[in-house]
Design a protein around this ligand. Structure first.
Ligand SMILES: [Mg+2]
Length: 205
């Protein structure tokens, strides 16, 4: 969080989301910047995510659509397998304990999973339906998702912070607040909302 001297503007910055990837030479790590005019995810007006691995620049302005490298994003139809599972989903907060706690729910919902190691980047993949949905398995922090959640929404996708009264009600502060799920059809976020271990009350940190 950066104080620019005005109460009406809040800038939420993660200089490197996916810092473990960056340290270890793995591909995905990103600069994430969000600008908001209020205290929650719903108030984010501008989002910018630069994935330093492939060099992809994602950005969105509220009401203005989402762009990838200056071109409008091109979401593809969501894919499901014949038995109704989402074909490919991204998961984050992939602590093995939380993965274990979510494993039955994952079997029910997803055909295959990917764990890229950056919440911001995983969310952005939903904007072009490179994955059919994403979920964090534990509470997310605003710095990791404030920008990318707007990019998903402006691509026509759906985002929900589970356990909050309002789906976009997660505050723009520094605490881990709520798991985030994102997908492209109205049913899918409901299915994904069952994944985070914290929802089931199975684990405390
Ligand atoms: Mg981060």
């Amino acid at each position: 969080m950066v104080d620019f001297g005005a109460d009406s503007v809040l800038v939420v910055i993660d200089p490197i989301d996916g810092s473990m990837n960056a340290k270890r030479g793995l591909t995905h790590h990103a600069l994430s910047i969000a600008v908001a005019d209020g205290p929650t995810m719903a108030d984010v007006q501008f989002g910018y995510v630069f994935d330093l691995g492939p060099g992809e620049e994602w950005r969105a302005e509220l009401g203005g659509g989402a762009l990838l490298d200056d071109q409008p994003v091109r979401p593809q139809p969501q894919r499901r397998t014949a038995d109704g599972k989402l074909e490919l989903i991204a998961i984050e907060s992939a602590d093995p304990r939380w993965l274990a706690a979510s494993s039955d729910a994952l079997c029910d919902v997803a055909h295959r999973v990917r764990a890229m190691g950056s919440i911001a980047i995983s969310l952005c993949q939903v904007a072009e339906t490179r994955v059919d949905g994403m979920a964090t398995l534990w509470k997310s922090r605003a710095v990791d998702c404030a920008a990318a959640q707007l990019i998903v929404r402006e691509s026509g996708g759906l985002v929900r912070f589970t356990g909050m009264e309002h789906p976009l009600g997660a505050p723009l502060d520094l605490e881990p607040r709520a798991p985030v799920v994102a997908a492209r059809t109205p049913e899918a976020p409901e299915e994904l909302a069952g994944l985070p271990a914290t929802q089931a009350g199975t684990m405390e940190r």
